[in-house]
Design a protein around this ligand. Structure first.
Ligand code: KDG
Ligand code: MG
Length: 403
């Protein structure tokens, strides 16, 4: 079997997605996701101009060798664009391998370790009572894990704090770069009040999560973790910008609040201090941004040695192909923690045909061969690429800050 053609498909059924279709000389094909939100066309060029021509004629079943060929062979290792391009190819190759084996992908990754994959969704609101209503409603829809974010009085709603986080409505993606305002001292006292109210409203059976989105310093994060301890959160996510792995030592010294990080990581080398020193509890790498099925399987296996669990990033800016690949890894590994899943717009589900399914707080892998996601190319062509940007954030004095 040989790789005959690699198509790179860009479409925007509600938001932009970069998809590869690797086609073999025997007619079997695989689908992969290479979407990097707001930087999509860089991955398109990497795939079309630099990767595709080098893979024609290669054996698609040599997934590990092709992964190493693209990783070591590039010389310029790691980085989000390179690793998303490798991921797109890798997911497609695993899809082909599973179709050739006539098995769902999880069988090739060790077989089933669990019956269902627990997910969490997001609730945001302008004030604590609005968030509480949203969490109660989501609980009624069967969710066992819910991420809660609230707007900060005195600041306009921004990403990760209020209704603007409603990604289903395209809230955070704008045709131009928008500038948001951040004030840590207004945020810090509010979050414990939110979770106090939520525990009163929904009790202790439900997992509650919160995303800080890289906005604190380590000592601020330590204080927030301590203040949240009475409410037993499932996790505090991205408490600080994570390039400085050592920063987590300070947080860990001060709080028993479980910590999650890693949605912008793309290699195991971003995680070594965090995992080996057991500074985190959940590692959030996801198939598209960390080198595909091959990439995240390596990271999760490494994490398993240090009691760190998986928690694949999964909002709507990674396509259903990434979700399919994630669900199969989630199903197969022992150290699964949770899967983020916000769902997709109708337009996205029309373009991407999914054999995996969602039901009342849980995802179920397909039993059909492959990772269970395909693309309708004709329909995709009706949704051309549309330039879109994530916001940036400034402090109240006008200086740039992390978000
Ligand atoms: O593209 C950026 C989003 O993927 C990210 O902001 C979402 O923080 C996020 C999350 O936890 O889903
Ligand atoms: Mg996040």
């Amino acid at each position: 079997m040989k790789i005959k053609e690699i198509k790179v498909i860009v479409c925007s059924p509600g938001r932009n997605f970069v998809t590869v279709k690797v086609i073999t000389d025997e007619g079997v094909y695989g689908i992969g996701d290479g979407t990097v939100n707001g930087r999509e066309l860089a991955v398109v060029s990497y795939l079309k101009d630099h990767i595709a021509p080098t893979l024609i004629g290669k054996d698609p079943l040599r997934t590990e060798d092709i992964w190493q060929y693209l990783y070591k062979g590039a010389y310029w290792r790691r980085g989000p664009i390179t690793m998303a391009a490798i991921a797109a190819i890798d997911m497609a190759l695993w899809d082909i391998k599973a179709k050739v084996a006539n098995m769902p992908l999880y069988q090739l990754l060790g077989g089933r370790s669990r019956d269902k994959v627990m997910i969490y969704k997001h609730v945001g609101g302008l004030d604590i009572s609005e968030v509480t209503e949203g969490v109660i409603a989501m609980r009624e829809q069967g969710l066992d894990a819910i991420r809660a974010q609230v707007s900060i009085p005195g600041l306009p709603p921004i990403y990760g704090t209020g209704p603007s986080t409603d990604q289903a409505a395209g809230g955070m993606i704008k045709p131009m770069v928008t500038e948001e305002v951040w004030a840590t001292h207004k945020y810090m006292p509010l979050v414990p009040k939110l979770f106090e109210k939520l525990r009163d409203a929904v009790g202790w059976d439900v997992h509650l999560l919160h995303d800080v989105h890289h906005r604190l310093t380590p000592i601020e994060a330590a204080r927030l973790g301590k203040d949240l301890e009475p409410y037993r959160l499932f996790w505090l996510e991205d408490a600080v910008p994570a390039e400085l792995q050592e920063g987590f030592r300070i947080i860990r010294q001060h709080t028993t609040q479980p910590l999650a990080v890693g949605e912008i990581f793309n290699s195991v080398y971003d995680t070594t201090t965090l995992i080996q020193e057991q500074l985190i509890d959940y590692i959030r790498v996801t198939a598209v941004h960390a080198g595909g099925v091959t990439g995240i399987k390596k990271i999760f296996d490494f994490a398993s040695i240090y009691h760190v669990k998986s928690a694949c990033h999964g909002p709507m800016d990674m396509s259903p192909a990434t979700m399919g690949a994630n669900i199969h890894v989630d199903t197969a590994i022992n150290n699964f923690g949770i899967q983020e899943f916000t769902g997709y717009t109708k337009e996205t589900y029309d373009v991407f045909k999914c054999d995996w399914r969602y039901d009342r707080g849980y995802l179920y892998p397909n039993e059909t061969p492959g990772h269970g996601t395909d693309i309708d190319e004709d329909l995709a062509a009706k949704y051309p690429y549309a330039a879109a940007y994530l916001p940036v954030a400034r402090l109240e004095d006008g200086s740039m800050t992390s978000w």
